[in-house]
Design a protein around this ligand. Structure first.
Ligand code: SAH
Length: 463
């Protein structure tokens, strides 16, 4: 089972820094199911190739199988696992190239952020759906895809093709993105029975899919195949992907909730949240609004649709979110302006609005930095109205497929109970001269409350 990655970056040997593997050495990593070897068949200034060779040990593989795998059968000893690139190669990749997959390189911090010319080859990739499937999954990510079917037996052309292809991907991408895409898409293309599905498989998918999966046209089928069609897991993952800040649309979230809650079928939570925010802004007579942590601009776009709003500004720390929000909402409307900014630093552009909205933002901020954000918003920007929405963690037990104790999104630093949110809100309001009231958003469950909680802060002097 073999994977090679080549680059013509100059100098190409920078690949060794990025992967944290020295080009002059052959390295061996023992895995639960075999041995991974990393070496460089090619290491010149103008072209460098790294190879990951996985030697699967069928006996070890059987011994490490999870409790959920089917009973003993010969198929577990006699199968194609030793030859085919698949979920085992993906796990080996994650173990051996972990730091590179996270986009970190201490020796050369500027390298991981740079797209580089890459060529990736998998000589024997099990590929359900053949070459067309490989094209469908990789091409939307910017790869030039060459997938050549491997004949069942080269001596007997009439037997036709095997379920393997020789896959070559060429493109100009960041190495971390390329590795994460392979990590998800190799098992997706294999689509055969997985040996185990760890309980944190949804988290792994969301983490590896960051920045590319939410907007992928095959997002649904990737998620389904990756999670081996476990319905509850698939639903949880799709819901969270649709909630991800890099997801341009919330349609999937809608589908998910409809399926889960037939009685509240028509209106998804993300939409009810936006609606609740718009209603309160109007009630509070706040036509000039700034959306703090605006993400890809969902709320900005909705404010723009409503002529009541006179000034619609949005800011986010993420370049990528601002680029999407600009494309989506800022063009051709003088009321709208989006800009990059950090909520941990006072910024005069945050001042002078009637209202500030922090919709699903506070839970993304590390607790030690939260006091800085409180000071910037309530102490310095100091609008007449501040709206804060955040998940109500008590409601999580109502989400089928969300593991007990798990949070709704891997980037959440915390999720508050209603009491915890109220304690925070009362303290902040008192410290800065605001009063606060609470509005539940979504079906208000008698026992665990609504899925989203909203605090409406109003400045005392202005009342
Ligand atoms: N309000 C949007 C996005 C919520 S996701 C919506 O409801 O759809 C949380 C957003 O907060 C992300 O886009 C993230 O980039 C942003 N964010 C997190 N920490 C931030 C900070 N310190 N300054 C500015 N934005 C921040």
């Amino acid at each position: 089972m073999l994977l090679t990655i080549s680059t013509t970056l100059s100098p190409a040997t920078d690949l060794g820094f990025l992967l944290h593997k020295h080009p002059d050495r052959v390295q061996v990593f023992e895995q639960a199911f075999g041995t991974a070897h990393v070496f460089y068949p090619d290491a010149d200034e103008d072209r460098c190739t790294v190879a990951l060779l996985l030697d699967v040990d069928p006996i070890r593989l059987v011994r490490t199988r999870g409790k959920n795998t089917p009973d003993f059968s010969l198929g577990q000893y006699v199968n194609d696992r030793s030859y085919a690139a698949s979920s085992l190669l993906a796990s080996a990749m994650a173990a051996v190239f972990r730091t590179a997959m996270r986009g970190r390189c201490e020796a050369r911090p500027e390298l991981p952020g740079r797209p580089m010319p890459l060529e990736i080859t998998l000589p024997a990739l099990p590929c359900r759906g053949g070459a067309a499937a490989a094209e469908r999954y990789f091409a939307p990510l910017g790869w030039d895809v060459r997938a050549v079917p491997v004949p069942l037996d080269p001596g007997f052309a009439e037997w036709g093709d095997s379920r393997y292809v020789t896959l070559t991907l060429t493109g100009e991408l960041r190495l971390a993105d390329a590795l994460n895409q392979l990590y998800v898409l190799l098992p997706v293309l294999d689509d055969s029975k997985h040996y185990w599905l760890a309980p944190d498989e949804v988290d792994k998918l969301i983490r590896a899919g960051e920045g590319w999966l939410a907007a992928h046209p095959e997002r649904d089928s990737i998620t389904r195949r990756y999670l081996a069609n476990r319905r509850a897991l698939v639903r949880a993952a799709l819901g969270r992907l649709a909630d991800a800040d890099d997801s341009p649309e919330d349609e999937l979230y809608r589908e998910q909730l409809e399926e889960e809650r037939p009685e509240s079928a028509s209106v998804p939570l993300a939409e009810r949240r936006v609606q609740a925010v718009l209603d309160v802004l109007r009630d509070e007579r706040a036509p000039r609004v700034i959306d703090l942590g605006c993400g890809s601009g969902t709320l900005v776009a909705r404010l723009k649709d409503d002529p009541y709003f006179e000034r619609i500004h949005g800011t986010d720390v993420s370049d990528r979110a601002i680029a999407i929000a600009t494309r989506r909402a800022a063009a051709g409307d003088a009321r709208v302006e989006v800009f990059q900014g950090a909520l941990t630093y006072a910024d005069e552009r945050f001042r002078g609005h009637d209202a500030a909205v922090l919709m699903e933002v506070v839970e993304h901020i590390d607790p030690p930095r939260l006091p800085a954000v409180e000071k910037v918003v309530f102490g310095d920007a100091r609008p007449r109205v501040v709206l804060v929405t955040t998940p109500n963690v008590e409601h999580n037990v109502r989400y089928e497929g969300l593991a007990p104790g798990a949070m709704r999104h891997p980037d959440h630093r915390f999720e508050w109970t209603r009491a915890e949110f109220a304690a925070w809100a009362e303290r902040v309001a008192a410290a800065h001269g605001y009063q606060v009231r609470y509005v539940p958003v979504g079906d208000d469950d008698a026992e665990v409350g609504a899925p989203t909680q909203m605090g409406v802060f109003t400045l005392r002097e202005a009342v």
